[in-house]
Write a protein that binds this ligand. Structure first.
Ligand SMILES: [Zn+2]
Ligand SMILES: [Zn+2]
Length: 342
């Protein structure tokens, strides 16, 4: 007997998220798939959506949750390559396939993108309907908690593909939130020689050490820049800003001819930048945004066991208690919060 209603966390506008019983969704289009959600995780973006005024847009009435994994229950008539019982992860960013960018291999720059769990219903629910094109199969050997990290990891892999850290190279990661920690873990797995992480919060600094950082520095301590330079032989080959405001610090820490990768997003950030440093020392400054054909490699990384979820997942809640998870994110006490339906 299939459920008729399900618990869901619904964005109500103006900083409000309500947990309520809503009807179980049904397949409406031939390319759609009905999923049972196995696990979801709370993203910093969810916290920004719920700020008043909002730090990120979302559609009132939408079920939030854009980082989730599920099991295929039913498929529309046009769906191929999936069967009931398949474990999948979901690429929540649905692109139009028609715009200039979609047609030239840059779907992450799509001009008419929408997102499951932000603008349309997502994974903070017991069931979800998603188009088959958004689904990627993942081995059932990967626990649901870890599979829920596929979306943030796919974004991180888009970034790592741009900087291509080689064995022995040094890396500085600024900020040890979930994204900074995933970068740290991927760079460690890729054989980085020296990994320096900067982080203010103690719980995140500890997570960085568990994630493969060789040294974790507090950027507020006097002498931080010199210490980081000393640790990287005078400047890191690659610096990642996982915060979104730290380009000036990244330019302090990168070696001559090195690469700076900007991942963190803060629409208010407008730091003064010493442009001459970029010119004089031939620094490559690269932006990276969401996933770009990087779900398949991210899934392979998760299946390989290279991601240490113990360093990332600090809290587990069910949908009824999702506000506890959000509060733990807001207080900085949580790194990653997993949300399960029951
Ligand atoms: Zn996210
Ligand atoms: Zn498009």
């Amino acid at each position: 007997m299939r459920d008729k209603t399900m618990p869901a966390a619904v964005f109500e506008g103006e900083g409000k998220l309500s947990v309520k019983e809503v009807p179980v969704p049904a397949i409406g289009q031939p390319d759609e798939v009905l999923l049972r959600v196995d696990a979801a995780s709370i993203c910093g973006t969810d916290v920004h959506i719920l700020e008043a005024p909002p730090g990120h847009p979302a559609t009132p009435g939408a079920i939030l949750g854009h980082e989730y994994t599920g099991t295929v229950l039913e498929m529309g008539s046009a769906v191929q390559g999936l069967k009931a019982g398949d474990r999948v992860v979901i690429d929540p960013n649905l692109t139009c396939g028609k715009c200039r960018y979609c047609r030239s291999g840059m779907p992450n720059m799509c001009q008419s993108m929408t997102t499951l769990g932000i603008f349309i219903n997502g994974g903070f629910a017991k069931y979800n309907v998603a188009p088959a094109s958004a689904l990627h199969k993942i081995s059932e050997d990967v626990p649901a908690d870890i599979a829920a990290l596929a979306e943030p990891l796919s974004c991180v892999v888009n970034g790592t593909q741009k900087v291509r850290v080689q064995p022995g190279e040094s890396v500085a990661v600024l900020g040890a939130g979930p994204i900074g920690l995933l970068f740290t873990q991927v760079f460690a797995a890729a054989g980085a020689g020296r990994i320096v992480v900067s982080e203010i919060a103690k719980v995140r600094a500890e997570a960085a050490a568990k994630s493969g950082a060789h040294v974790v520095l507090d950027p507020h301590e006097p002498g931080f820049v010199q210490h980081a330079l000393d640790e990287t032989g005078g400047g890191a080959d690659v610096v990642v800003d996982a915060v979104g405001t730290l380009l000036p610090t990244a330019l302090d820490l990168v070696r001559r001819g090195g690469k700076v990768l900007l991942f963190g997003m803060n629409q208010q950030a407008a730091p003064p930048v010493r442009q001459n440093t970029i010119t004089r020392y031939e620094i490559s400054v690269l932006g990276t945004y969401i996933a770009k054909y990087t779900f398949p490699p991210a899934i392979r990384v998760l299946e390989s066991g290279a991601v240490n979820a113990d360093a990332l997942i600090t809290h587990r809640v069910n949908i009824a208690n999702i506000h506890e998870g959000l509060d733990a994110m807001r207080s900085g006490e949580a790194v990653k919060v997993i949300v399960t339906p029951d």
